[in-house]
Design a protein around this ligand. Structure first.
Ligand SMILES: [Zn+2]
Length: 322
């Protein structure tokens, strides 16, 4: 069997982390894109990898980010929609607000990169029936928000413990990273059964059967304590994927390519207590492990391959208990 893995990077910017964390100053939209995007593109080019970047509309709406964003499309990478305002409480929007949010992001991203987006990932893994219906109505090919991860509540508790968020702000972020119930969802692609037809879902892969994370930031976090353990865990996780016929979708973030010296404001984030040089060495190992036994593709290509076998895919009703 041919094993493949899709790679996608959520292009969360400095301000969106500060906003989620409740830090002052995010409103001026501080950006590290000019520093980190060229580094990521060089890293991918060295390995001849083409991936999917989920871009935040607000970044695309700002002239100061256009050079960085244009360079992603110019390098041949795929572009997806990561919402306009990057609010992890997107699932509380009305359908009219969702429509406006998606359209605003599509227009800004198209203006900056020349690309109309066909794939979506919600901010902070926020998802609702309304979001799915809106995506289907707007002609999206796939959603990539589902993150069936048992450790989601731990990640949220950790972030809250490092923040100065008020009780009200914590309530607003109560579904940040998802709840343990998200772990009940499938790890493999499936279809949402919606009013206007079906929509393909490509979940962020977690360890099949165990539902614990295997995205890059988690592996980097493990590597902070032991690189051999992180590498062995990733090899094990990919072997389980191959054994269970799961073609993984691996999630990346800009912070996977940044050291503590690149953005002292984000020192609260796990894995940011490492130097850039060490971080890139860790990530390079992990990419080597992935590429050894897997063809790497974009999310769009993953969606096309899954859609070609759509009659074999399970269909789920869009039930959101939280
Ligand atoms: Zn994000």
């Amino acid at each position: 069997m041919n094993h493949y893995a899709s790679l996608s990077l959520d292009l969360d910017n400095q301000w969106s982390y500060m906003k989620t964390h409740g830090d002052a100053g995010w409103q001026s939209h501080p950006s590290y894109l000019d520093a980190v995007v060229p580094r990521i593109l060089a890293f991918l080019a060295e390995r001849r990898l083409t991936i999917t970047f989920f871009i935040v509309g607000q970044d695309a709406a700002l002239e100061k980010n256009h050079t960085a964003l244009r360079s992603i499309a110019a390098a041949g990478h795929e572009i997806g929609n990561h919402s306009f305002r990057h609010e992890p409480w997107l699932h509380r929007y009305t359908e009219a607000e969702l429509d406006q949010e998606l359209r605003q992001a599509e227009d800004a991203i198209e203006n900056a990169t020349g690309v109309r987006t066909r794939g979506f990932r919600g901010p902070g893994f926020s998802l609702s029936e309304g979001t799915l219906e809106t995506l289907a109505r707007r002609g999206y090919e796939f959603d990539a928000t589902v993150f069936p991860n048992l450790l989601n509540p731990l990640a949220r508790a950790y972030l809250f413990s490092t923040s100065k968020l008020t009780d009200e702000e914590k309530e607003q972020r109560s579904a940040l990273f998802g709840t343990w119930k998200d772990a009940l969802r499938p790890v493999r692609p499936f279809q949402w059964r919606l009013k206007g037809g079906n929509l393909l879902e490509i979940p962020v892969t977690t360890l099949p059967g165990f539902k614990v994370p295997m995205h890059l930031s988690y592996l980097v976090y493990l590597a902070k304590y032991s690189r051999p353990v992180a590498n062995a865990y990733f090899r094990f996780a990919l072997a389980i994927c191959r054994l269970t016929g799961t073609q993984p979708s691996i999630l990346l973030h800009p912070l996977d390519f940044m050291g503590g010296e690149d953005c002292p404001e984000l020192a609260f984030f796990p894995g940011m207590g490492i130097t850039r040089e060490r971080k890139l060495a860790i990530v390079s190992d992990l990419f080597g492990i992935l590429s050894a036994k897997h063809e790497t593709i974009t999310m769009g290509e993953h969606a096309r391959r899954a859609a070609a076998a759509r009659y074999a895919l399970p269909t789920l009703a869009p039930v959101f208990p939280n």
